[in-house]
Design a protein around this ligand. Structure first.
Ligand code: URA
Length: 440
């Protein structure tokens, strides 16, 4: 008698075949709802292989998606994980998402400012990759501050302080986490359907009642020109509105960095200056523009955030927000061990200071990371002494490079090659306005 052998039960057959899905999109066809649900779910389960998803992402980048496909793709990514729920809070919620830029520290003064006006801000943020900084990296330059909170800690802080900036938990849109990492290494980040669904799946799953999108345009941004930024903004506003989140988008200038600093602790210092009533005019203006949009989306257009900035209420919330996450708002922030000054080579008007080149230089100084597991230097970065429009004399300070590792100066200076242009006196910079458009 032969011994009994366990017969493995056959796996349930898959509803679709990955190759058929890829071929449909390769041949410019439209994916059906069930195909989309299946491909996202099967990819999250590891049934659709990385190379298959990478072929599909490239087909989407080349051939696009209809609005229906994008909405279904976004819903499938939301369904891949948990959804947060802030409906038990005693105040309305509003969040802001920026598509990323150089010197973009706006979340830091904005979240406490909006909270000071009575609207709760649940801000799930990320770390920087490449030349754009990450909000969590900036806040981690504050001694003691921690990014990781449980959902119940987040809810408690939202109720008691009104603002939370923390890391998104692993349970939120896990399909996007996998897909974003894959896009990063397969040249498929720039597809508008994939960017829009990636951002909006996380924001809708996060459970905010209203959302303001800051879509950056210019050399330092994903979207280099206004028409593409408008298309991305319209797609995201439709996705948010369709999911019941009051959503508006503002297109803003990223041809030149925001404010006068790019780098983690340097940007925290500048944000605290804004909360103290000072700071660079463009950072103050954009903070107020976005705060007004958030308050209005949350039904509080009657409030003027400029009051809460001027009378110190926003600063009070900032201090409580940092302390609630273990940070010491009074602790000195780190300074770099080494600096290198660059001076204006001639008299004239600064007509250009390129965001991408400044961001690359800050990154090479140690402010950013090349791989997501790399550490960042809290004190590294760039301080700008002039912005486009400034009249300079030859020998005036233009920028200062900061780092703990001076061997980095050479490559950072190489990144800055051609970053600025000094035109004869009387010239005017040809720049887009700070706020370019509003969609919603
Ligand atoms: N940010 C995201 O979260 N996803 C993208 O695809 C691009 C920027």
């Amino acid at each position: 008698m032969s011994p009994m052998t366990a017969v493995p039960s056959p796996a349930a057959p898959e509803a679709f075949d990955a190759v058929d899905v890829i071929v449909t999109k390769r041949d410019k066809g439209e994916l059906g709802d069930q195909q989309i649900d299946w491909v996202i779910d099967a990819y999250t389960r590891g049934v659709v292989a990385e190379e298959q998803m990478s072929a599909l992402a490239m087909a989407v980048l080349l051939n696009g998606m209809t609005r229906r496909e994008i909405a279904r793709w976004t819903a499938a990514m939301i369904a891949s994980g948990e959804r947060m729920d802030f409906s038990s809070l005693s105040r309305p919620t509003a969040d802001k998402h920026s598509t990323g830029g150089v010197g973009d520290k706006i979340t830091l003064p904005l979240a406490p400012l909006v909270a000071a006006c009575g609207v709760a801000v649940p801000q799930l943020s990320g770390r920087g990759l490449g030349h754009t900084g990450g909000t969590l990296d900036k806040l981690e330059s504050i001694p003691g501050w921690r990014a990781q909170l449980t959902n119940s800690e987040m809810l408690r802080q939202l109720e008691q302080v009104g603002a939370v900036i923390c890391a998104a938990g692993a349970g939120l849109a896990p399909a996007d986490k996998k897909l974003y990492a894959l896009r990063d290494v397969t040249g498929t980040v720039e597809a508008i359907p994939l960017i829009a669904s990636s951002i909006m799946s996380k924001k809708i799953a996060e459970g905010t009642g209203s959302l303001v999108l800051d879509v950056k345009v210019g050399s330092g941004a994903f979207m280099k020109d206004v028409p593409r930024a408008q298309e991305l903004a319209r797609t995201m506003v439709e996705l948010g509105t369709g999911a019941g989140v009051r959503t508006v988008a503002v297109l803003t200038n990223m041809q030149t960095p925001l404010g006068l600093t790019a780098g983690n602790a340097l940007e925290v210092r500048e944000s605290v200056e804004v909360l103290a009533g000072g700071g660079p005019p463009d950072v103050v203006e954009l903070t107020l523009v976005l705060a007004r949009e958030m308050l209005s989306a949350a039904g509080r257009e009657d409030l003027d955030p400029a009051d809460a900035l001027a009378d110190g209420r926003a600063m009070d919330v900032w201090r409580r927000m940092i302390a609630a996450q273990g940070g010491d708002p009074d602790a000195p922030l780190p300074w770099a061990k080494h600096t290198h000054e660059v001076w204006a080579p001639a008299d004239g008007v600064l007509t250009q200071l390129d965001a991408l080149k400044v961001g690359m230089a800050a990154w090479r100084l140690g402010a950013g990371r090349a791989r997501k597991e790399d550490p960042v230097q809290a004190s590294a970065g760039i301080v700008m002494h002039a912005k486009p429009g400034a009249v300079l004399r030859g020998g005036d300070p233009l920028i200062t490079l900061h780092t703990d590792t001076p061997e980095r100066f050479e490559r950072a200076l190489a990144a800055l090659e051609g970053a600025w242009f000094i035109a004869p006196e009387g010239s005017r910079p040809d720049l887009l306005p700070l706020v370019i458009d509003r969609i919603g």
